[in-house]
Design a binder for this molecule. Structure first.
Ligand code: FE2
Ligand code: FE2
Length: 400
């Protein structure tokens, strides 16, 4: 929680940004002093080092002597912002609800754009480059207004249109992660385009391999492994020639330890842009319900992603990723130990195991008349079952 006291602010390390001035020393998990009081945080990588050392909170000096916090960091392409103050559950829900209505339209239109892109490539036609770019802009605008709305739509999986939804989900998650990491808006947009286009090369892979139910043969797998290179060819011929977009498309299957494809480069050569799209891609593929695949719930997927720290993905990136996705995705229907059915209405990045809950159905199987949303810890109850397949319940905004 972010708390203000006498010109000092306790800020979870995850919300700290370059430009902030420490009001007290920062100690690591072993009690060793990492930074002195009065130190001004210089960069995101300095914060990442503190995270790596187990620092969880910083006491920030908000007095007149603190360095300005709004200066864009030109070197890293990130922007600096003051740490947000935690909203009440009601504020959290009403702000997200407002954006959900818009985000749903953005998501639907993005899925249509990707469907057209894939079919145009298959038919050898030119793709609508402008439509992809304006879709990325719309995704960024939605995330900047409220990141939880679009993310919750991307996180609730349905058993249809996998390829189109997958690309939109990857773009949405990547944009939210880049925003969380304080990338500048024009770079977030590039990441959005890269997310939308990351699998465009699959349009050159035979349909029977792409849609195959079950595992691929070695030969089929080798064919699929060409899709990043095909994607780069397609991007170049369709005027997506920004080197960052090409980097994302080419390297979204590379791994931290060098075990990925097509080049087998490791973390010293993988850009942050490709790594962001790569983690979004991995998570979305894990949690997507496909007819032949055992369903993996988001908490299971989070634990799989976490177990790949410094194998597939940089540990620091995994840390930030979990902060934006949450352990209990918004919109998940849950059963509580009391017998009540409820919905996850939100969560705070610094308190992931204490999500905001709204009860829908009482233990007597009647509709709940109480409209309030509460943190789990204030409910004297526990979560015993999680269901992210929300089809039976309609849209999240209709029940929040
Ligand atoms: Fe891919
Ligand atoms: Fe993908």
């Amino acid at each position: 929680m972010t708390t203000q006291k006498d010109g000092l602010l306790i800020v979870p390390i995850i919300d700290a940004t370059p430009g902030m001035k420490l009001g007290s020393p920062a100690y690591n998990r072993n009690g060793v002093k990492m930074l002195d009081a009065g130190t001004v945080i210089k960069s995101s990588s300095q914060l990442e080092r503190l995270i790596g050392q187990g620092v969880q909170r910083l006491l920030i000096d908000t007095g007149d002597n603190a360095a300005p916090q709004q200066t864009p960091n030109r070197k890293t392409g990130t922007r600096s912002e003051p740490a947000p103050i935690r909203k009440s559950p009601q504020e959290f829900v009403s702000e997200m609800k407002k954006e959900l209505v818009v985000a749903r339209e953005v998501y639907k239109s993005a899925s249509r754009v990707i469907e057209n892109v894939m079919s145009d490539v298959r038919m050898g036609k030119h793709i609508n480059n402008e439509a992809v770019k304006s879709t990325a802009r719309d995704l960024v605008k939605s995330v900047l207004r409220n990141p939880h709305a679009l993310l919750s739509i991307a996180n609730l999986k349905r058993l249809d249109d996998y390829t189109f939804r997958h690309s939109v989900n990857v773009a949405a998650i990547s944009v939210a992660l880049a925003n969380h990491l304080s990338f500048e808006p024009h770079l977030i947009e590039i990441i959005g385009i890269g997310g939308l286009m990351h699998d465009v090369g699959k349009a050159r892979i035979p349909m029977h391999i792409i849609n195959k139910a079950g595992s691929l043969t070695q030969e089929e797998f080798e064919t699929v492994q060409h899709h990043p290179d095909y994607g780069v060819d397609i991007c170049l011929s369709e005027h997506f020639d920004d080197s960052l977009i090409l980097d994302i498309v080419r390297h979204h299957h590379e791994a931290y330890n060098g075990s990925g494809y097509p080049e087998g480069i490791d973390h010293t050569q993988i850009s942050k842009f490709a790594a962001i799209v790569s983690i979004a891609d991995f998570y979305d593929a894990l949690t997507t319900v496909r007819s032949y695949k055992k369903k993996i719930t988001p908490p299971e997927a989070i634990s799989i992603v976490n177990s790949t720290s410094n194998i597939k993905f940089d540990r620091r990136l995994v840390f930030h990723f979990i902060k934006i996705i949450g352990i209990y995705p918004i919109g998940s229907v849950i059963k509580l130990a009391s017998g009540r059915t409820a919905i996850i209405a939100g969560f705070y990045a610094d308190d992931l195991l204490n999500p905001l809950i709204k009860v829908l159905i009482t233990a007597d199987h009647t509709l709940c008349r109480d409209d309030s949303t509460l943190p789990l810890k204030e409910m004297d109850d526990t979560i015993v079952e999680l269901n992210t397949d929300f089809r039976l319940m309609g849209n999240i905004e209709d029940v929040l």
